[in-house]
Design a protein around this ligand. Structure first.
Ligand code: PDD
Length: 286
């Protein structure tokens, strides 16, 4: 089945989907995005993703071509047209395609934002990495200083994934001033003495939608949570480590820079959180 994607108001076969070479997303990475996961053909935490999208747009003074209600309809229509049961929906809004390349923002009254969405089918709930755990390396965090905005400037995170691959690992955790910020495309956590530790929210990290849900669920399950930075050395000495994102949910980390974490297998707390997160997501998905 050929995939149907959404481009600026139209549902079209992916091979026919087109964006201008002058689009500022293409020329300047002047765009924002969201990835919403789909379980049982339903959207997980659509509200959270929609709110963060609005915030990213506001921070960049970028207009949305559609309302949140319309976005919800587009998400649902894509799920339906592509018969998607499990995976994700990628959404991107850019500052549109002016007539020429120019550093100054175009007038939104003259240049409408571009909107693209597509589906990605993926095994999320039974991903093999959840049972084996993943390995990460540490790298310097060389990204810009507004990581709270979910922009499409993903070159450095892509380089980080390649550095990990070259080192025989699965992903990278980024470190700034000696402290872990986050993973290349996920938030990072450790567990010590039953306490879940993850970096506090600021402009230094993306405010993960999965992070918010997992921390809330952890507190509801009477688990202790501390929001603060931690070093790679502390993480290597931790009982457990894990990451969260819309594409991985809660995924255990079993090796950091070649050092085994805990017993070298997915930790009890990470697996418990994964289970309650997936259960709740299935119940609340719309
Ligand atoms: N990435 N931190 C970064 C840098 C991310 O790119 C992501 C998500 C997260 C987790 O956010 P959330 O829980 O809302 O997915 C944290 C998406 C999945 C991606 O780029 O594909």
């Amino acid at each position: 089945m050929t995939r149907t994607v959404y481009v600026n108001g139209d549902y079209v076969p992916e091979a026919e989907a087109k964006i201008s070479v002058f689009d500022r997303g293409f020329l300047m990475a002047d765009g924002v995005y969201e990835v919403t996961s789909v379980l049982d053909g339903k959207l997980v935490d659509f509200d959270g993703h929609a709110k963060r999208l609005e915030r990213s747009l506001t921070e960049l003074d970028m207009a949305s071509p559609v309302t949140i209600d319309e976005l919800l309809e587009i998400h649902r229509e894509l799920v339906r047209l592509n018969d998607l049961t499990e995976g994700g929906i990628y959404l991107q809004i850019t500052r549109g395609a002016p007539v020429d390349r120019d550093f100054a923002f175009p007038d939104p009254a003259e240049v409408p934002s571009s909107l693209v969405l597509f589906t990605q089918s993926k095994n999320l709930a039974n991903a093999p990495a959840a049972t084996t755990g993943i390995s990460v390396i540490s790298i310097d965090d060389l990204r810009w200083a507004r990581r709270d905005i979910k922009t499409v400037q993903l070159l450095y995170p892509s380089m980080g994934k390649m550095m990990a691959k070259k080192a025989g690992a699965d992903d990278a955790w980024m470190v700034e001033d000696g402290v872990v910020t986050e993973g290349t495309s996920n938030n990072a956590y450790i567990v010590k003495g039953g306490k879940i530790i993850t970096r506090q929210l600021s402009n230094d990290i993306l405010h993960g939608i999965t992070r918010a849900a997992v921390l809330r669920l952890a507190k509801e399950a009477q688990m202790e949570v501390e929001e603060r930075g931690f070093t790679i050395a502390e993480a290597q000495e931790a009982d457990e480590a894990f990451i969260t994102s819309a594409t991985t949910f809660v995924q255990p980390v079993v090796k950091i820079d070649g050092e085994t974490v805990g017993e070298g297998k997915p930790g009890r707390i990470a697996l418990r959180l994964r289970e309650i997160y997936i259960d709740e997501s299935r119940k609340k998905a719309i």
